[in-house]
Design a protein around this ligand. Structure first.
Ligand code: 4NP
Length: 159
């Protein structure tokens, strides 16, 4: 049987809202379970390279005791298909943009939708909270946490 993914990349458009929130959650949740997982995040776009997560994302995560202020945005590259075992796109658009860069169909298959691990939103998009006020960040946190719990259950049981 194939060994379970241990290096996981979270991907959105800007790498300042959804994917750093997902990275912070995965980092913390894996640690609490004693699972050794290497995490990183990236954006398909180049508008926010080098920036810390959006203050609204940082505030939401701080409400849950998770600090993400150390993270810095970078752009997704085709080399990420080689570096990571699993590449989780926050929405369909991100997934298409990633797959366009895939060096081979085998490597393209490493890219999946984050909400494929959701119980009630399979195949759906994590909504982009950037354009609204701060109200979109709580729901994003909740759906990320729920999907990541399921993913971590899977990884744990895969040994
Ligand atoms: P993210 O949110 O993809 O969740 O980081 C966005 C951040 C910035 C922009 C769009 C979405 N933007 O258009 O600059």
């Amino acid at each position: 049987m194939a060994s379970p993914p241990k290096k996981i990349l979270l991907v959105c458009l800007g790498n300042i809202c959804r994917s750093p929130m997902a990275e912070g959650l995965l980092r913390e949740m894996a640690k609490q379970r004693g699972l050794r997982i290497r995490t990183d995040s990236a954006g398909t776009g180049d508008s926010h390279i080098g920036q810390a997560p959006d203050p609204r994302a940082q505030t939401e995560m701080r409400r849950h005791g998770i600090r993400i202020s150390d993270l810095r945005a970078r752009q997704f590259t085709r080399a990420d298909f080689e570096r990571f075992d699993l590449l989780l796109a926050m929405d369909q658009h991100n997934l298409r943009d990633m797959q366009r860069l895939a060096p081979s169909p085998e490597l393209a298959a490493k890219a999946r939708l984050m909400l494929d691990w959701s119980s009630d939103r399979k195949g759906g998009d994590v909504p982009d909270p950037w354009y609204g006020g701060s109200e979109g960040f709580g729901p994003v946190h909740n759906m990320l946490r729920e999907a990541l719990e399921t993913l971590l259950d899977e990884l744990e049981h895969a040994g």
